[in-house]
Unconditional design. Structure first.
Length: 101
């Protein structure tokens, strides 16, 4: 069934309830529902190294480009104790290897 609305009817002001989500213009600078997401380029290997370092040692490198941001995420004490090394650069000492055996 085709309905033909007259031109005068299409030019009437908007009517009805207000949008419960408010002004749509506040979302213009967001590219995701929760905020702004920046793209990050990282190889799978580099991601796995940082992921394992964070899950095992408790810290990882901060990917932020903000100069005021801390250099590590997580435990700064653990990072300092391990000389800010990642899981693939750290090696167990001979004494620790003997203890493990």
């Amino acid at each position: 069934m085709d309905i033909s609305i007259p031109y005068n009817g299409m030019m009437l002001p908007l009517q009805g309830p207000e949008n419960p989500f408010g002004d749509r213009n506040r979302f213009l600078n967001q590219n995701a529902l929760a905020g702004h997401v920046k793209e990050q380029a990282m190889t799978e290997h580099a991601f796995q190294i940082q992921h394992l370092t964070h899950s095992i040692l408790g810290y990882s490198a901060n990917p932020s480009v903000d100069p005021n941001a801390p250099s590590v995420l997580g435990s700064a004490e653990n990072a300092h104790a391990n000389n800010y090394g990642t899981i693939n650069t750290l090696q167990a000492s001979r004494n620790h290897k003997k203890e493990l055996k």
